[in-house]
Design a protein around this ligand. Structure first.
Ligand SMILES: Nc1nc2c(c(=O)[nH]1)N[C@H]1C(S)=C(S)[C@@H](COP(=O)(O)O)O[C@H]1N2
Ligand SMILES: [Mo]
Length: 249
């Protein structure tokens, strides 16, 4: 783990933004999102994703020896705990809301999709960073399979944990949703996600700060607006502490 004073963390973030534009993704899964879409709306999203820079990626040697857990590090729910003990045999990820083809995916389904592996730096606003290797399908693959409808402007991630008495949730716009480095990760450093880091599935949205990286994701909901969800600010920390909804780095 790299412990950084807050000021240098922010300077680091600015540098990351500048470095991000020169990289081109080489994964087949990433390339597939640049192929022409049959659906005009999605084509626009893909064009936007293609224009976005990538967050810096690191080498295996640069990975932090430990990746700390922050916020919720356990999930109280008995079904979750029984699934955790058995390797999540009956866990299902739902993709729902403004989609033509709602999905329920098992962990086997998730692992069978084309995978992306990325070694990136996680920056928490509390003043710490860590570099980890994440693996999972690109979110765009799930969204394409679910056929997101035209009126869907945001995705809401519903999480299995409760923090300070509230369900944790987060949301992003469609630019981040279709970004090539936005993956739903099931592995950290080559191992299934530990409970503290969000088992069995957590988001990696690499152009955004730590609190956007929803852990314990059980459903992804396509919505027109998040005004009526939680306190209407688009996420747990946005609601309780006034954190920025757009936490781009
Ligand atoms: N479901 C859920 N997701 C969450 C949190 C949480 O408490 N619950 N904490 C957030 C914060 S503030 C950070 S910095 C990262 C921490 O991820 P880690 O536990 O893998 O270090 O998860 C984010 N996602
Ligand atoms: Mo954080």
């Amino acid at each position: 783990m790299v412990d950084l004073p807050r000021r240098s963390l922010l300077a680091g973030m600015a540098a990351m933004g500048a470095a991000a534009c020169s990289k081109i993704s080489d994964s087949a899964a990433a390339n597939s999102i640049f192929t022409a879409a049959e659906d005009g709306h999605r084509a626009v999203h893909r064009a936007l994703a293609g224009k976005q820079g990538l967050a810096p990626e690191y080498s295996r040697a640069e990975r932090s020896p430990t990746f700390r857990g922050n916020g919720s590090v356990t999930v109280e729910d008995p079904f979750y705990q029984s699934q955790l003990a058995g390797g999540f045999p009956d866990w299902q990820l739902e993709v729902r809301g403004l989609v033509d083809n709602p999905l329920r995916l098992s962990m086997a389904d998730i692992r069978a999709l084309p995978q992306r592996t990325q070694i990136t730096r996680h920056d928490c606003v509390e003043g710490w960073s860590a570099i980890g290797e994440w693996q999972g399908p690109q979110l765009s693959a799930l969204l394409d399979a679910a056929k997101v409808r035209k009126g869907a402007n945001f995705l809401v991630f519903r999480c299995a944990d409760v923090l300070y008495g509230r369900d944790y949730y987060e949301s992003i716009d469609m630019v981040d949703a279709y970004h090539p480095q936005t993956i739903i990760a099931h592995a950290l450093n080559g191992e299934p996600l530990p409970e503290k880091n969000g088992a069995p599935l957590r988001m990696r949205i690499e152009r955004q700060l730590g609190y956007k990286q929803a852990k314990y994701v059980k459903a992804i909901e396509a919505v027109a607006s998040f005004d009526q969800i939680g306190q209407g600010k688009g996420g747990f920390w946005e609601d309780v502490a006034g954190y920025q909804w757009y936490a781009g780095i």
